[in-house]
Design a protein around this ligand. Structure first.
Ligand SMILES: *[C@@H]1O[C@H](CO)[C@@H](O)[C@H](O)[C@H]1NC(C)=O
Ligand SMILES: *[C@@H]1O[C@H](CO)[C@@H](O)[C@H](O)[C@H]1NC(C)=O
Ligand SMILES: *[C@@H]1O[C@H](CO)[C@@H](O)[C@H](O)[C@H]1NC(C)=O
Ligand SMILES: *[C@@H]1O[C@H](CO)[C@@H](O)[C@H](O)[C@H]1NC(C)=O
Ligand SMILES: *[C@@H]1O[C@H](CO)[C@@H](O)[C@H](O)[C@H]1NC(C)=O
Ligand SMILES: *[C@@H]1O[C@H](CO)[C@@H](O)[C@H](O)[C@H]1NC(C)=O
Ligand SMILES: *[C@@H]1O[C@H](CO)[C@@H](O)[C@H](O)[C@H]1NC(C)=O
Length: 455
C-alpha cells in the first residue's frame, strides 16, 4: 500500500529529480551484487546464474548485502523479436524456462535479478536491443520480475547522434581529450563551455527508458552504461541510480588505475540516489596481485561505486572472498546516514588536482557513521612510507586523539594523535578508521600492521 502510494505520487510529480527517488529505497545506496560479463562475456546460460546465486548465499556474500544477480549481454534470441507480441525472446537453449523461470529461481533464494539491453538498435554483442521499443521492453522486464536494468550505449542510430561531444578524458573514448584539473585543454569539436547536456540526444535516449521503467508496477533499479559520454555527471542523477563514467574496465592494473584517476574528478556528483559507476569489479580476474585487488576493492567501495562482483564465484579464493566481505569498507559504501563518497584530500607525489592516468591521488578520506575512513594508496613500484597527517584530513580535528582501526586486519591499533604512519607495499592501500572517543592528547603511538606503523 505504501509503496503503491509513493509510486503514484512519483508518477504525478512534475519534477524529474523527486521522480528518481524510488520506493523501498531502491537505488538510494550503491547496488551490491554479481554480473555475468567480466566472468563469462557471452558464454552464459541459466546454470551459471544459479551457480552464482547459490554461491552468493553459501559464501555469506548475500548476508553482507550482495543481492543482485545480473544477466549481461547475449541472453536473447539474437536477431528477432516475437512477431505477435513484439517482445524480445529469451534464448531457449540458454534459458530453457525463459527469463521468468530463472527470475523465479533467483527470487526463491531471497535475491534479486537484473537484465541488460542497449539504447541502440543492437546490443554491444549484436543482439536485439531497445531503442524505439523501450516501453514494450520495460513492460516485459517487469512481467518477468526483473529488479535491475543495465542499459548500454552500442549501435546508436545516426539520427540519434549528439550535436557535439563532451570532454571525455578516457583512453577508451572515441573522442578522448587530455584534461587539466578536470577540464579539457583541447576543446576542438567539443560542445561549447556551459553546454547543457540534459538536452543532448544521449540524455534523451537514456531518459526514455527511465520513463518506461517508471511506468511499471515494479521498482526496477536503472543503471546507465553510456561510458561517461555526453557528460552524465550533469544529468545521470536525474535519470538513473548510477551512471558509468568511463569505458569498460579490464582485469589489468593499468586500466583500473586509469579509471580510478578519472573518477576522482567526478566525486562531487555522488550522494544518495545517484552514483558514478567506475564499472564492475575485477576481483578474482586476470593477474591482479593481492595488493592490487585490495586497492581496487577499497577505492571502489570508498567512491560509493556500485559493487558488482564479476568473477566465477565457484572458483574464487578465500582471500578474495574476504576482501569482498570486508565489513568496514561495505559499511562505508552502504552507510545509511552519510551519502558522500571518500575523496582525495591530497594527491601526494603529484601536485593536487593532477590528472595522471598512471598515478592517481594517493591520500583519500571520507566521513561515515563508524568514523573517518582514511585510505593511503601507493601507485609506486616499491614500498613507500606514507603519513596520514590528522591536520590535513577533512573531518578530523588536529590535537584530538582517535582510536585507529586497521580495516584489513580489523584490529584496534590504539589511540593516536597527530597522525598515522604506514609502510604501504607497491600498489597496496592501507586503510584506517579514525573513531572519536580517546580524548585529547598529542604525539603518535606505536602500533603494528603488516605494513608497519610507527612514530
Ligand atoms: C550451461 O552450460 C554448461 C556448460 O558450459 C552445461 O553444463 C549446463 O548444462 C548448461 N545449462 C543450461 C541450462 O543449458
Ligand atoms: C510469441 O508470443 C506468443 C504469445 O505470447 C507465444 O505464444 C509464442 O510462443 C511466442 N513466440 C516465440 C517465438 O517466442
Ligand atoms: C582544480 O579544480 C578544483 C575543483 O574544481 C578547484 O577546487 C581547484 O582550485 C583547481 N586547482 C587549480 C590549480 O586550478
Ligand atoms: C501491482 O503489483 C502488485 C503485486 O506486485 C499487485 O498486487 C497490484 O495489483 C498491481 N497493481 C496494478 C495497478 O497493476
Ligand atoms: C541526486 O538526487 C537525489 C534525489 O533527488 C538527491 O537527494 C541528491 O542530493 C542528488 N545528488 C547530488 C550529488 O546532487
Ligand atoms: C604521472 O605521475 C608520475 C609520478 O609523478 C610521473 O612519474 C609520470 O611521469 C606522470 N605521467 C605523466 C604522463 O605525466
Ligand atoms: C601536518 O600538516 C600540517 C598542515 O599541512 C603541517 O603544518 C605539518 O607540518 C604536518 N605535520 C607533519 C609531521 O608533517
Amino acid at each position: 500500500m505504501i509503496s503503491l502510494f509513493v509510486l503514484l505520487l512519483s508518477a504525478l510529480s512534475p519534477s524529474p529529480i523527486t521522480a528518481l527517488v524510488r520506493p523501498l529505497d531502491v537505488g538510494k545506496l550503491p547496488a551490491l551484487g554479481w554480473n555475468s560479463w567480466n566472468a563469462f562475456n557471452c558464454d552464459i546460460n541459466e546454470t551459471k546464474f544459479l551457480v552464482a546465486a547459490n554461491k552468493l548465499v553459501d559464501l555469506g556474500l548475500k548476508d553482507v548485502g550482495y543481492n543482485y544477480v545480473n544477466i549481461d549481454d547475449c541472453w536473447q534470441v539474437k536477431d528477432k523479436r516475437n512477431e505477435t507480441t513484439g517482445r524480445m525472446i529469451p534464448d531457449p537453449d540458454k534459458f530453457p524456462d525463459g527469463i521468468k523461470g530463472t527470475s523465479d529461481k533467483i527470487h526463491a533464494l531471497g535475491l534479486k535479478i537484473g537484465i541488460y539491453s542497449s539504447a541502440g538498435t543492437k546490443t554491444c554483442a549484436g543482439y536485439v536491443a531497445s531503442i524505439g521499443n523501450e516501453l514494450i521492453d520495460a513492460t516485459t522486464f517487469a512481467d518477468w520480475g526483473i529488479d535491475y536494468l543495465k542499459y548500454d550505449n552500442c549501435n546508436v542510430p545516426a539520427e540519434w547522434a549528439d550535436e557535439c561531444d563532451a570532454c571525455v578524458p578516457d583512453s577508451w573514448a572515441s573522442h578522448f581529450r587530455p584534461i587539466k584539473n578536470g577540464t579539457c585543454t583541447d576543446k576542438t569539436g567539443l560542445c561549447p563551455d556551459g553546454y547543457d547536456f540534459h538536452k543532448s540526444n544521449t540524455a534523451e535516449r537514456f531518459r526514455i527508458m527511465g520513463d518506461a521503467l517508471k511506468k511499471q508496477n515494479r521498482t526496477i533499479l536503472y543503471s546507465l552504461c553510456e561510458w561517461g559520454e555526453a557528460n552524465p555527471q550533469q544529468w545521470g542523477n536525474d535519470t538513473a541510480a548510477s551512471w558509468r563514467m568511463s569505458g569498460d574496465i579490464s582485469p589489468s592494473w593499468s586500466r583500473i588505475v586509469e579509471i580510478l584517476n578519472e573518477n576522482s574528478f567526478y566525486l562531487n556528483y555522488v550522494d544518495f540516489w545517484g552514483h558514478a559507476d567506475p564499472d564492475m569489479l575485477e576481483v578474482g580476474n586476470g593477474d591482479l596481485t593481492p595488493a592490487e585487488t585490495r586497492s581496487h576493492f577499497a577505492l571502489w567501495a570508498a567512491m560509493k561505486s556500485p559493487l558488482l562482483i564479476g568473477t566465477a564465484l565457484d572458483k574464487l579464493s578465500d582471500a578474495n572472498v574476504a576482501i569482498l566481505k570486508n565489513k568496514h569498507l561495505l559499511a562505508f559504501n552502504q552507510d545509511a546516514v552519510v551519502g558522500k563518497p571518500a575523496m582525495p584530500y591530497k594527491w601526494g607525489t603529484n601536485p593536487d588536482w593532477t590528472f595522471n592516468a598512471t598515478w592517481p591521488a594517493e591520500f583519500w578520506a571520507g566521513d561515515s557513521q563508524a568514523g573517518v575512513l582514511v585510505l593511503l594508496f601507493n601507485p609506486a613500484g616499491e614500498t613507500v612510507e606514507k603519513f596520514a597527517n590528522f591536520t590535513e584530513i577533512p573531518g578530523v580535528t588536529a590535537g584530538e586523539m582517535y582510536e585507529v582501526v586497521d580495516i584489513w586486519t580489523d584490529t584496534k591499533l590504539g589511540c593516536f594523535g597527530g597522525g598515522v604512519v604506514a609502510h604501504v607495499d607497491s600498489h597496496d592501500t592501507a586503510g584506517f578508521l579514525l573513531k572519536k572517543g580517546c580524548g585529547y592528547g598529542y604525539g603518535y603511538k606505536r602500533g603494528k600492521r603488516s605494513s608497519r606503523i610507527w612514530s
